[in-house]
Design a protein around this ligand. Structure first.
Ligand code: MD3
Ligand code: FE
Length: 208
């Protein structure tokens, strides 16, 4: 019932398979950021290196059974933090509940994420256009939650050369990407200085 109400009121369709739920997490943004800080005491943010040898401007950590990493050997999911050798911190109940509610509201009931990548953007950081294709099952959607400073999201097509659409993501906005949109190119424009220190993005994935 609640999800129907939300879908009537606030769900925007970016294109088939990509749905923007503006403010969906707005009421719990502070608690989510507290959880991020707690996770970072166990698995600190770090700027990873791409297979090509470039250090990313975005700092990352993970929670859940699997975490996304990159190093000179490639992009992949690993059950342990390579910096400490320890398992990634558990996915907080609040994170999992939010991801499940958002996926269901967007038409993907039964989403079972086993991984949450946490991206941290300070001003000057960006993510160049890419596809997310390190997951086993592209039938599962990806749920992304924006917290903190706003950012301009770049939404491309199925080919790298497609000119991206730009739209603003603000704290509390949730996007669910699935179906035909699952393999679209996407990125984040250089973060501008703003009223706060950083932007976090939680991306929930079914990696296995
Ligand atoms: C569209 N992160 O971590 S989340 C990433 O804001 C990533 O930090 C961005 O792209 C960020 O890989 C964007 C939104 C997102 C995530 C996965 C997608 C959009 C997607 C997969 C397919 C299509
Ligand atoms: Fe991505």
């Amino acid at each position: 019932m609640r999800s129907l109400l939300i879908s009537d009121k606030a769900i925007e369709t970016i294109e088939p398979g990509a749905r923007l739920l503006r403010g969906f997490a707005g009421g719990e943004a502070a608690e989510l950021v507290e959880e991020v800080a707690r996770i970072a005491t166990l698995a600190p943010f770090r700027q990873m290196v791409t297979p090509g040898g470039f250090r990313m401007s975005v700092a990352m950590t993970n929670c859940g059974g699997l975490g996304w990493i990159t190093d000179r050997k490639g992009y992949r999911y690993e059950p342990r933090d390579p910096d400490s050798g320890a398992a990634w911190p558990d996915m907080p109940t609040r994170f999992r509940a939010l991801a499940d509610r958002a996926a269901e509201a967007a038409g993907f009931a039964g989403f079972a994420p086993d991984s949450c990548l946490i991206n941290r953007y300070v001003h000057g950081a960006r993510m160049s256009p890419h596809q997310d294709r390190d997951e086993k099952d592209f039938a599962a959607p990806i749920v992304s939650v924006s917290l903190g400073l706003p950012a301009t999201f770049l939404w491309g097509g199925s080919k790298r050369g497609d000119r991206p659409k730009r739209f603003r993501l603000e704290s509390g906005d949730v996007v669910v990407w699935g179906g035909d949109a699952r393999l679209n190119f996407h990125g984040v424009d250089t973060l501008a200085q703003g009223d706060g220190t950083c932007r976090y993005n939680l991306t929930f994935r079914k990696a296995k």
